[in-house]
Design a protein around this ligand. Sequence first.
Ligand code: FAD
Length: 425
Amino acid sequence: MVDFALSKREQELFDTAMEFSKKWIVPYARELEEADEFPWGLAQKAYDAGLMNSHVPKKYGGPEHSMVEEALIGEAIGYGDGGIATTILANNLALTPLLLTATPEQMEKYIKPFATGKKPQFAAFSLTEREAGSDAAAVKTTATKDGDEWIINGRKCFSTNGHVAKYHTVFTTVDPTKGYKGMALHMIERELPGVKIVMLEDKLGQRASFQAEIEYKDVRIPGDCLFGEIGKGFKYAMQTLDRTRAAIAALGVGIAQRAVHEAAIFANYRKQFGKPIGAYQGINFMIAEMEARAMHARWATRYSAWLVDQGQRNTKESSCAKFFATDAAMQNTIDCIQIMGGYGYSKEYPAEQMMRGAKLTQIYEGTNQIQRWVAGQAVLKEVQVTELDTGFRLSFPGNDYPDPWGPREGDVPDFWGKGKSKNKQ
Ligand SMILES: Cc1cc2nc3c(=O)[nH]c(=O)nc-3n(C[C@H](O)[C@H](O)[C@H](O)COP(=O)(O)OP(=O)(O)OC[C@H]3O[C@@H](n4cnc5c(N)ncnc54)[C@H](O)[C@@H]3O)c2cc1C
């Protein structure tokens, strides 16, 4: 039986995260954005509330949340502010490839401290390079074995939390001529000699999150900072993104839903021509469409997360959820501004900040063009040519007469089966 209800544990987690968001993020989002400082205080609160490092197993001190639970947290924190969500949830992205590959010794030594320390500790997912954006297999950061150690050389960009992270999760290549088959996964401590934060990006939105460009120059790391197998780095990156796309989709759901609420509150309150503007169908219909987008985005997102929890492949579903939910966030925030008129455009209200934040969700963790490409490829692969039903029947004498349902008993046109068509099967 299909069951859309959250379990008791899931509902409690969602309520806790939403309460946190409404108490600590919504009222301070503008201030946090304008402060231009890493929000350590808020990160501490989120860490203490158990909202970070979702997938660290209980055995190593973590909350061991399911993917659906991570999506619930993402939706609630995204509701508060996209930038804060990106900052405090980025560990989920950075730790996932490590959790997929770590040995028990690596878990104990490197992962456990993320969940057991008194203060939050950050990791930064470092895949993107200047020449390797959507084409992630084009990374040029090299890892060279030297005795028991590795030497890293290269440069990464757009690494979220890279400037404060204890470790960088770095996708490297042991042989750039081998393309994706040469890729590996290394973990690099930020404070090692040779690691340099070159700059922080100055961005349109999500300004309470920070992205670093990082240079690695002859950085020596211990042998046990290689995670998984050489040659499988690209696979680990893709496995990670299959999972975390649902989390970004969830963030989009949160932003999309917040836009509905802000627009509806305003539409009830604001009067023009003697009535609340929500009473006019032009506004009312917009709000209905916004709600429909948020609602559909939510279920597509939770379904794609649920597939991960069932141990099923979710590449197509998570790609669809990611582009649908983040496009919903974008459209809803634009509509929210429109409904609020001049006030939506003003910094006095949160709508414009939400819109700037929403834009990023269509770009990072795989642009929405790439998501459409991935989903489209998956659909094309699913359909064998022999099963392809275009709705056209060669036995029809007519010109391109579509018949999606096939012949109906007792309703057969006269001309059928009379051998008039040259195309008769
Ligand atoms: C604020 C922010 C935070 C980020 N955080 C991280 C992070 O923590 N770690 C990390 O590794 N990276 C991070 N990124 C990088 C992000 O994932 C990339 O920006 C993104 O994957 C796109 O790469 P690109 O910017 O190089 O664009 P490009 O790949 O150069 O793409 C440019 C345009 O071309 C389109 N395009 C490219 N290829 C195709 C194609 N085959 N078909 C159709 N269209 C195509 C894209 O959709 C896009 O519209 C972050 C980026 C930003 C802006």
